[in-house]
Every structure is written in C-alpha cells, then in structure tokens.
Design a protein around this ligand. Structure first.
Ligand code: 13P
Length: 255
C-alpha cells in the first residue's frame, strides 16, 4: 500500500499511474490470481483523478485508498471528508490514525476508534496505524503503546471488524528517516499485535498486519519474509514507480 502523503500534482499523478501500469504487468498477473492487493493512497484532491485513471484500465491491479476520513456522516465539519464520499469516488481502503495525524494534528485514540468504526460501517477497509516513538522504544514501552492504541479501537469496535480491517505497525522513529526497523524488531511487534487480537478472537491468523517505516526495494524482501509481516505501508518509495513495483515483487516472494 502506497501512502503518497502530501505529495503530487496533476501531471505527477498521471505519470506515476501510467508508469505503474506500463511497468507492472507481472504485478497485474499476480493480482488477477489474488496473490497480492496493491493500493495507492493519493491526497484527497487527486482521488477522483486517480479513480478515473484506474477505471480506464481493464482489470486494474491498483486499488484506491484515502489517507484519512472523518467519523461523522455529513454536516458542518469544514475541511473534512466522510466515508461515504470516499466510497462515492471509488475508494476501497482508508488509512486511519497515521502517526502524522496523531502527532501533527493531535488525533487521539478515541477519535481514531470512531473513524475506524465509521469507515468499516461504510464498507471501506480501515488500515489502522499503530507505533511507538523513539523515546517510547528506548524506555521499553513499545508493547504498552501499541497495546493502548489497539485497545482503544478494540474497546469500541466489534472484534469481527478485524477480519476485514488491516493493522499497520509503523514505528514513528522509522518513518521518513531512512532508519528501518530490522526484520526481527518488526516481527517481534507484529507477533505481539497478532497475539493481542488472538486474546479476543480466533481470527487473529487472518488479520493482515503491514509494516511501514522506510521500506525500500532493498529491504522489503527481508521484512516480508517474516511470518507475521503480511505486506507494507510505503511512504517515500511509493512515489517512484520502479521502487514501488520492486517492493510489490518482494511481497510476492514465497506466496
Ligand atoms: P516512509 O516509507 O517514507 O518512511 O513512510 C512510511 C509511512 O509513514 C507510510 O504510511
């Protein structure tokens, strides 16, 4: 899943989608065999444009996601976007509680839980992001933080929602820093997350858990080889078609 964050322009969007289609025929075939789900999450203003580009392609392997959503259905919420609007323009996925939303825009666990539920109830697939800061890791509280972030959602949402929802572990210290968690560090937390979901429901083995934080073509295969890492949430590297497609290929190794 590519999170383009606040990057792009009309022409960049057009070129990137064109390149992904031109260079990604192998991923297209893999997607037709249901071996991979491949999603791009452009900024809101380009969602419609990307949706149209994807519709022009027969059986596009790229699916559409948004980077955020609001928890209410409609009304006086200036600047916000509802889940049904995202549905309306063709989104299937939405990222919820990204650490940049938590840190820069002050989103707290309760709001994130309400967004998660609204997205799910509107038939979007919520991608719930969790992860600790560097200070939290260094003080040994990684598991506590991840548990609190997940628990806030599990307290409000029926646990069955995780059959369709996706969890993304994104250690804040690894985002955009070039510092990737080692496959072992990531796997440890992914295993912990799966264990937490198992406490509530036996669906845990099916829950998809993505890793995000400086995933690149040259480290993706090692990360994805771990049993509890089911894919990636890719920032910077998703803006480059070759990098992004290489990461998708790494996800196909061994499937
Ligand atoms: P980078 O891949 O740029 O580190 O970003 C990760 C991320 O935040 C994806 O949501």
């Amino acid at each position: 899943m590519g999170n383009w964050k606040m990057n792009g322009s009309n022409s960049m969007v057009k070129n990137l989608i064109k390149e992904l289609f031109n260079e990604g025929e192998d991923i297209q075939r893999a997607s037709q065999k249901n071996l991979i789900d491949c999603v791009v999450c452009p900024p809101f203003v380009y969602l419609q444009q990307v949706a149209e580009l994807l519709n022009q392609k027969k059986d596009s392997f790229l699916q559409l996601g948004a980077q955020n959503v609001y928890c209410e259905s409609e009304g006086a919420y200036t600047g916000e976007t509802s889940a049904s609007m995202l549905q309306d323009v063709g989104c299937r996925y939405v990222i919820i509680g990204h650490s940049e939303r938590r840190q820069i825009f002050g989103e707290e666990n309760d709001l994130i839980a309400r967004k998660f539920i609204k997205a799910y109830d509107t038939r979007l697939i919520p991608v719930l992001c969790v992860g600790e800061t560097r200070e939290e890791r260094e003080s040994g509280s990684t598991f506590d933080i991840v548990r609190q972030q997940l628990q806030a959602v599990m307290d409000l949402a029926p646990i069955q929602y995780f059959e369709r929802a996706i969890i993304a572990y994104e250690p804040v210290w690894a985002i955009g820093t070039g510092l990737t968690a080692t496959p072992e560090q990531a796997e440890e937390v992914h295993g912990y997350i799966r264990g937490l979901v198992t406490e509530y429901h036996d669906i845990a083995s099916q829950v998809r858990i993505l890793y995000g934080g400086s995933v690149k073509a040259n480290n993706a295969a090692d990360l994805f080889s771990k049993p509890n890492i089911d894919g990636g949430l890719i920032g910077g590297a998703s803006l480059n078609s070759k990098e992004f497609l290489s990461i998708c290929r790494a996800a196909l190794v061994g499937v």
